[in-house]
Design a protein. Structure first.
Ligand code: FMN
Length: 274
């Protein structure tokens, strides 16, 4: 009894830290203390890693975007210096309504997705065939010029909903403002082997040489299972087992090539005014 009283008196004299240290290693307060310290240390390490890796992530995202633009323009070669190769493009910010490039924004920092969310820079769509909800009034585009300074190709971002996800990609269009040079998506979550076949090089190759507009100037490109008897130059074969993704791709391409998309700009390209 007196031993217990002595220990109690000694612990009381030690103060709260001394009393805590004197507790057995497997006591509840010590277990909680170790768990809390571990959580704090782990969260600090994760935060530090996230902050210090952010510039690298941004650099990688930019490089990835540049590779995609080079690929759709047929200029990508594995192992090349991407930033150097990308310098052939003239980046610009396009005002969709007028179809003219604007110097209101810096193309190097203009963010298409942020612009589409900004009420000042975008419009809410009521008639929305590409299911994008809001459309930015300004879009960053990339122009490739020939040795004489005339437009050779324009690379335009496109996006819209497929079956499960929004597909983001680029379309490269030739100087006539109608012939597709290439189309590719760089982000989507369609099912691999079904809707994901939009990434299949064989399917993508069909787009090359197809004509967006008919003689009347209307968007004529279609994706369907059956090739129409006429208008082969506007036809893309559907992916079997992916009718809904294909319909989404058709809707988004037709939307972006239409009057609310790039049609005014492509008319200016055709007229040699860009
Ligand atoms: C697990 C699963 C994933 C699917 N993913 C897709 C897809 O990514 N894109 C698509 O169009 N259809 C997808 N489908 C099929 C559609 O549900 C639908 O059956 C199909 O578009 C119609 O097939 P069809 O193209 O042969 O007419 C998927 C079906 C299942 C069961």
């Amino acid at each position: 009894m007196s031993d217990q009283r002595e220990t109690l008196t000694a612990n009381t004299q030690k103060g709260p830290i001394g009393r805590f240290l004197a507790l057995p290693a497997d006591s509840t307060p010590k277990t909680i203390f170790v768990a809390v310290v571990l959580c704090l240390v782990a969260s600090m390490v994760v935060s530090l890693a996230a902050v210090s890796l952010r510039p690298l992530q941004q650099q990688n995202a930019l490089r990835n975007q540049q590779i995609n633009i080079l690929q759709v323009a047929g200029l990508y070669e594995p192992g090349q210096d991407v930033a150097k190769a990308f310098a052939v493009f003239e980046p610009g910010v396009l005002e969709l309504e007028t179809g003219r490039l604007t110097d209101k924004f810096d193309p190097a920092t203009f963010d298409n997705r942020a612009a589409a969310k900004d009420p000042e820079l975008s419009v809410a769509l009521t008639d929305d065939p590409a299911s994008i909800v809001r459309q930015a009034r300004f879009v960053s585009v990339y122009i490739l010029r020939d040795a004489n300074g005339a437009v050779d190709k324009v690379i335009l971002p496109i996006h819209g909903y497929g079956l499960w996800s929004t597909l983001y990609g680029y379309v490269a269009i030739e100087a006539d403002g109608s012939t597709i040079y290439g189309l590719q998506f760089y982000q989507h979550a369609e099912t691999p082997g079904l809707g994901g076949e939009v990434d299949n090089p064989r399917w993508r190759a069909q787009w090359s040489g197809k004509s967006i507009y008919n003689d009347a100037g209307d968007v004529a490109i279609t994706i369907s299972r059956m090739a129409p008897p006429r208008g082969q130059e506007h036809h893309i074969d559907a992916i079997s087992g992916a009718t809904l993704t294909g319909r989404g791709v058709e809707n988004l391409v037709r939307f972006w090539m239409g009057d609310r998309g790039y049609a005014p700009f492509l008319a200016n390209v055709r007229a040699g005014e860009i």
